[in-house]
Write a protein that binds this ligand. Structure first.
Ligand code: PLP
Length: 444
């Protein structure tokens, strides 16, 4: 019996022993193409020699220094690097160890900002249905995923949910993108008015939705309209780019493509590329100044913030991405992957939607392409696809279940930024076999 309390205790998982570029190798020597970067994490693949060398150097020099005693050169350099490239005004970097911690920090920064200003009634957070922001209790409260929240009710934060910008399911047949975006912005405005603007602290959204519905990008103009509504009522805009940020969409920060800057921005996964656990909350100058000039410090902190080896790994990952011009590859290979999938599945009876940006691509499976009727939840099609894919030496990230009453089966593809044209062809070929195998196992 394993003494590890596994996440999926009833499954017997292969033992991963090594990594080689875009592949993972198990104890039996079987190779798996990591076509999802684990969970959109491994942006440089596995065993990158430059990152391994940077980590070794830093561990030899200094692994850890507590942040109430010291800062480190490497944390300062990483913060400089990020703030020099971040959307306008996001000049301050609060380091954490992962995505949920980044979201918790953003929520507390928003709250403390208003407390410092004497606006203590601003405590409500508005988020969106079908979203995921992490599993700690604050992040869980704002996540738009009722089945995850329910066992832990009542939660600590007063969160309210509005409709997601999920064009495949929510945009009406007779509605333009512009009208759809406007309807959603109006819904947010109504929610703020209903709660009372003086009680709302922030609106939180993933720039591109990741772990609930598979790489759902916003329609054009959506975030510009949302930004305008937030500004009208003094509500902070928090964008969660834990999954979609750090180059995954072909832009270092996904919201660049939407032409806006949030007040707070969370990043994690691709920041350290899986070489070390690290995340960050980027904070605009207005929030930073209010807190520093007010009570003088952010009432928050963890033991491992700004950990030196984590910062060294992240800094080297980001240098490699920039020096090797990998974001160009993300855009080109992403286009190739979407095009290949669309060519092959243009008339597939069970492929409802293929969407995404860069190397962040979602495939939504449906029982009926015309009506968009989902498969029976009990069939767990997404899990079958994952199993079949693993059998074919391919890792894809399955998502499924009933989220706020909407059932769906989705697969997320998020391969490393280093993948080549022929790697993409191999991914599509194995994915096709996994999909066919999973569908034939339920005898459609
Ligand atoms: N926010 C988003 C958008 C995520 O996709 C995730 C994880 O998938 C998180 C937050 C939580 O990150 P972590 O699992 O590192 O705590």
């Amino acid at each position: 019996m394993s003494h590890v309390f596994h996440r999926l205790p009833k499954q017997t998982l292969p033992v991963a022993v090594s990594g080689d570029g875009i592949e993972l190798i198990d104890a039996a020597g079987k190779r798996y193409i990591d076509a999802c970067g684990g969970a959109a994490v491994s942006c440089l693949g596995h065993g990158h020699p430059r990152v391994v060398a940077a980590l070794t150097r830093q561990a030899q020099q200094l692994a850890y220094a507590h942040t109430s005693f010291f800062t480190t050169q490497v944390a300062e350099e990483l913060a400089d690097w990020l703030s020099a490239r971040a959307p306008q005004g996001l000049d301050h970097v609060y380091f954490v160890s992962g995505g949920s911690e980044a979201v918790e920090a953003a929520l507390k920064l928003a709250r403390q900002y208003f407390v410092e200003r004497g606006e203590t009634s601003r405590r409500h957070i508005i988020a969106r249905r079908q979203s995921y922001h992490g599993n700690t209790l604050g992040a869980l409260a704002i996540g738009g995923n009722a089945w995850r929240r329910e066992p832990f009710l009542p939660l600590l934060i007063e969160a309210h949910h509005v409709s997601p910008c999920y064009a495949y399911r929510e945009q009406r047949a007779d509605e333009t993108e512009e009208a759809f975006a406007q309807r959603l912005a109006d819904e947010l405005e109504q929610k703020i008015l209903q709660l009372g603007p003086e009680t709302v602290a922030a609106f939180v959204a993933e720039t591109v939705v990741g772990a609930t519905a598979g790489a759902v990008p916003p329609v054009r103009e959506y975030f510009k309209k949302i930004r305008a509504v937030c500004d009208r009522y003094g509500v902070l805009l928090i964008l969660d780019e834990v999954m979609s940020g750090m180059g995954r969409t072909g832009y270092l920060f996904a919201c660049t493509e939407d032409g806006i800057a949030p007040d707070l921005l969370t990043i994690a996964k691709g920041l350290g590329g899986g070489y070390q656990p690290i995340g960050a909350t980027l904070v605009n100058d207005r929030i930073y100044r209010t807190i520093v000039d007010g009570s003088g410090f952010f009432q928050h902190g963890h033991t491992y913030i700004g950990h030196a080896t984590a910062c060294a790994a992240a800094l080297e990952v980001q240098h490699v991405i920039e020096e090797d011009r990998l974001l160009d590859n993300v855009r080109a290979r992403g286009e190739q992957l979407r095009t290949l999938l669309r060519e092959r599945h243009a008339s597939h009876p069970h492929v409802g939607d293929i969407r995404g940006r860069g190397l962040f691509i979602g495939v939504e499976l449906v029982a009926d392409r015309e009506t968009k009727q989902a498969f029976e939840p009990g069939l767990k099609l997404h899990a079958r696809i994952k199993r079949e894919a693993m059998a074919h030496g391919l890792m894809v990230y399955p998502m499924g279940g009933t989220i706020d009453g909407v059932h769906g089966d989705h697969v997320l593809l998020a391969p490393p930024f280093i993948c080549s044209e022929s790697d993409i062809e191999r991914i599509v070929e194995r994915f096709d076999r996994a999909l066919a195998g999973a569908l034939s196992s339920i005898d459609t």
